[in-house]
Design a protein around this ligand. Structure first.
Ligand code: DC
Length: 227
């Protein structure tokens, strides 16, 4: 039996509600990898801007919030349920487009990707897995495995609508679809680090493939890499 000793780095990218978070979490568990949701870090930046009553469209406000998040990042900060609402999501896609903000957060993400936290109580991580929009292209261009998830906007809006409904948040499917299309356009259309598949990414279309199948295929690819 082969023993896995090498550090493995995995990048998972895709638009909102493409299933990348679910897939990345399952892979992290399967291979004992440190998982970091980079969208939550960008959301923490936007929340800090909003908490201070500042403007997510102002590059100076956005950069000072990015520096704050870099210097105070904790698990509690990125697990905060208050990051998950549509006001923060909208402010995130505005504030994250400024190149100096991306530089600060990219460095932070890269640091954690290469140096997963160590705890006395658990065995060291085998590597790291990050999900986002530019992990395979910018943050970890040398990742061992790059996955790119897509799904058509209607399927993604339906998923997000159900999630919001389950949380008791009142909205309509049409509003969710419109917000998602606006956010997709900003995330894909910005000049710096837009949502884009790396040339060597493996594509999964989750509008036609369920998450279990995507997970099994990804496990197979990673096992081949580790063999
Ligand atoms: O994945 P999410 O919905 O939590 O991401 C929130 C926003 O952050 C989204 O508008 C895209 C942006 N983002 C980004 O620009 N780059 C990343 N690596 C991750 C997220």
């Amino acid at each position: 039996m082969s023993v896995m000793t090498q550090f493995i780095s995995i990048a998972v990218d895709g638009p909102a509600a493409s299933g990348k978070g679910t897939l990345a979490r399952r892979l992290a568990e399967q291979f004992h990898l440190f998982y970091l949701d980079s969208g939550s870090v960008y959301r923490a930046v936007a929340k800090h801007i909003l908490d201070l009553g500042k403007n997510p469209d102002n590059p100076e406000d956005a950069v000072s919030a990015a520096l704050y998040v870099r210097d105070h990042l904790t698990t509690e900060m990125i697990d905060n349920p208050a990051l998950r609402n549509d006001i923060v999501a909208d402010a995130t896609s505005r504030s994250c487009r400024f190149p100096p903000v991306r530089d600060v957060i990219t460095e932070t993400l890269r640091f954690y990707a290469n140096h997963p936290p160590v705890s006395k109580h658990t065995k060291p991580f085998q590597g790291s897995i990050l999900d986002g929009r530019d992990i395979g292209t910018v943050v970890c261009p040398n990742a061992d495995v790059k996955l790119f998830l897509t799904a058509n906007a209607k399927v993604r809006a339906e998923r997000r609508f159900k999630e919001l409904n389950a949380k008791g948040i009142e909205t309509t499917y049409e509003t969710v679809l419109q917000d998602m299309q606006d956010r997709d356009a900003r995330d894909s259309g910005r000049e710096t680090a837009p949502l884009k598949a790396a040339a060597d990414a493996i594509h999964f279309d989750t509008s036609t493939m369920d998450v279990d199948t995507a997970f099994e295929k990804a496990v197979e690819v990673i096992r081949q890499k580790l063999a």
